[in-house]
Write a protein that binds this ligand. Structure first.
Ligand SMILES: [Zn+2]
Length: 319
């Protein structure tokens, strides 16, 4: 069975694994990225760590068909590097593709992490056989990837589907992307915590503060705890959150006419507390003919999504 080496680069962790063409992770490990110390040291260490993993699995690099890399965007795919990614300061211009490709003497390709995750869910996860599918990850930010007619939509220069930056409110809070009122400024885990802090600071009574210990420590988890206790602010925040997600997903449905939307990321740990109202609202706000064919489901790959997504990209680019 064909195998690839897959890397999932993040600002904190640099995960990697050997993945078979049926999506099975044969072995995996991770190192600290130490992103602020620059790309050379991280690539050197991850190369050695991946080499050890291959030795442990008794697999030689020449038995692999290629390397896939999932990286935070934006990317300059012509150079195989990131281009101004806020989580990887000082990495712009360094070819991550080349750094890995040269060491293992294998072809390598880099993709935006959410796009790679979309391809992973399509090939091996919740989106199998759904040729028009959208993947959305809702965690500290919101990322997206789109499968159209069975192919990952990469766009003109590899940066397609920044769905977290759909504008929901032109007068909304400033987003690091330079625009205002983006989808992720309302519905990401970071935004849910921010909206809760703002409400508490404005005097809204709630148990959330005592559950979290301090304003800075508030996470989605505390809001869900308070929701179980019938906390009024938690109900309001959660209702607004599912409203924003529903509005954003309705735009996605109207734009891409997908048969399936797969939603992953930390915030989806809320399960049906999230999915039931989001489904109901998204399908209500979208055009009825498009809503009629669209299902909204949780992601299938769990914490392996980064490595498996990168592997899916490698299999696609080195048939
Ligand atoms: Zn934005």
């Amino acid at each position: 069975m064909k195998k690839v080496l897959a890397f999932d680069l993040g600002g904190t962790k640099f995960a990697f694994g050997v993945v078979a063409e049926n999506g099975e992770v044969l072995g995996s490990d991770k190192i600290e990225t130490l992103a602020k110390q620059g790309p050379e040291q991280a690539i050197q260490r991850v190369n050695l760590a991946a080499q050890s993993l291959l030795q442990k699995l008794n697999i030689k690099p020449e038995e692999l068909i290629g390397i896939g890399i999932a990286s935070p965007g934006p990317l300059d795919i012509s150079k195989g590097c990131v281009d101004g990614s806020p989580n990887l300061p000082g990495w712009t211009g360094y070819s991550i593709e080349q750094g890995l490709s040269t060491f293992f003497n294998l072809p390598a390709r880099i993709d935006n992490d959410a796009n790679a995750a979309a391809l992973g869910e399509y090939k091996f996860g919740a989106g199998k056989n759904k040729k028009n599918m959208v993947y959305l990850t809702v965690s500290t930010g919101i990322g997206g990837g789109v499968i159209v007619d069975g192919r990952l939509m990469r766009g003109a220069n590899g940066n397609a589907a920044e769905l977290g930056h759909l504008t929901l409110n032109i007068n909304g809070p400033a987003c690091p992307c330079g625009a205002n009122g983006c989808f992720e400024m309302y519905a990401s885990g970071t935004a849910i915590a921010r909206r809760t802090r703002e409400a508490i600071q404005a005097g809204a009574p709630s148990q959330i503060l005592s559950l979290a210990g301090s304003l800075e420590k508030i996470t989605t988890h505390h809001i869900l705890d308070a929701l179980q206790k019938e906390d009024e602010l938690a109900k309001k925040i959660w209702n607004e959150t599912t409203e924003y997600l529903g509005r954003g997903l309705a735009v996605v449905i109207n734009t891409f006419n997908p048969e399936l939307i797969v939603v992953g990321g930390g915030v989806t740990a809320a399960g049906e507390l999230l999915f039931k109202p989001v489904r109901e609202k998204a399908l209500r706000y979208a055009f009825p003919r498009l809503a009629a064919v669209c299902s909204i489901v949780p992601a299938g790959l769990g914490s392996n999504v980064g490595v498996v997504g990168a592997a899916a990209c490698a299999f696609e680019s080195t048939p």
